[in-house]
Design a protein around this ligand. Structure first.
Ligand code: GLY
Length: 293
């Protein structure tokens, strides 16, 4: 019997300087970890990881689902993926519009023959499965976009949300979702809908966040997971992969979990927002930007 464990993240990048916002984000991540842990102990790893990401998508403090960043043309094209480590199946939606919870559509695709859908096809699939067509853009995001379009002021980000879970039966799963980097070329595809950012097998699960192009360059989540499968500990796999990332000048972070319930997190950026919970213990991002437990 495995130790049910959940670790989730709300993005990597600059540290949050505003202490009120930092505490709010910290509290939300802890609450979401608690909630997902409840699902985990009653259900399975896949449902817990999807549940955690759905909560993060529904919260406009995070760049996924409601409150997602928009591309240069002001349209929100969202990407999300799930991977069930027990079956080894991956599914994703890429650049889907008018969908508030792309992770749920990706979850729905896991049972399909064609498990990765993009754009209009992804939206049509979601509608056919009963998901409502809803604009995930908030007034605040649109105001920022208008300012960017008129003055060029405003920065890109690379944050993402994600979760990795291990259930009592030893099954691992990962789920990841994003609104992308913001103001990018319309049609740009995020890493969050690929196994470079979201991977699980019978040995580990990994969810990445950060500059998508660089996560793709490294094949980050697969790189870490294969190292664990080949015999490195999760902590060793993270340390080696992030040493390579630093040498390459890459900007991203990741959280991970192995089949023994060991967790790891690391980032080459200033900070990564994460929270975890297992067996009476828990932690969050104020305890550092690299570590394992
Ligand atoms: N990792 C999020 C993105 O680059 O789209």
């Amino acid at each position: 019997m495995a130790t049910p464990t959940i670790i989730l993240h709300g993005g990597a990048g600059a540290a949050i300087r505003d202490s009120v916002r930092r505490e709010r984000v910290r509290r939300k991540l802890s609450e979401f970890a608690d909630s997902a842990y409840g699902v985990l102990t009653r259900g399975n790893a896949l449902e817990a990881a999807v549940h955690a990401v759905r909560l993060l998508e529904d919260d406009p403090d995070f760049n996924a689902g409601t409150g997602s960043r928009v591309q240069a043309d002001g349209r929100a094209r969202l990407s999300a993926s799930v991977m069930d480590g027990a079956s080894g199946r991956f599914a994703a939606v890429l650049n889907v519009e008018n969908l508030k919870n792309p992770v749920l559509a990706a979850r729905e695709l896991l049972g399909e023959e064609f498990r990765v859908l993009a754009g209009e096809g992804a939206a049509a699939f979601a509608l056919s499965r009963g998901f409502r067509s809803e604009d995930p853009r908030t007034r605040e995001v649109l105001d920022r976009w208008e300012k960017w379009r008129n003055t060029g002021a405003g920065s890109r980000g690379s944050d993402t949300v994600g979760a990795c879970a291990l259930d009592a039966a030893g099954r691992l799963a990962a789920a990841t979702s994003t609104g992308g980097r913001g103001y990018e070329t319309p049609g740009r595809v995020s890493d969050s809908g690929t196994p470079a950012a979201d991977f699980a097998d019978r040995f580990s699960a990994v969810s990445a966040t950060g500059t998508g192009e660089e996560i793709l360059d490294q094949g980050l989540a697969v790189r870490i997971a294969v190292r664990v499968r080949d015999g490195l500990t999760l902590a060793e796999a993270f340390a080696r992969s992030f040493a390579e990332a630093r040498a390459a000048g890459h900007s991203f972070g990741a959280v991970g979990l192995d089949r023994d319930g060991r967790i790891a997190w690391e980032t080459t950026t200033e900070a990564i927002l994460y929270a975890w919970k297992k067996d009476g213990s828990s932690g969050d991002f104020l305890s550092g930007n690299a570590g394992s437990a």
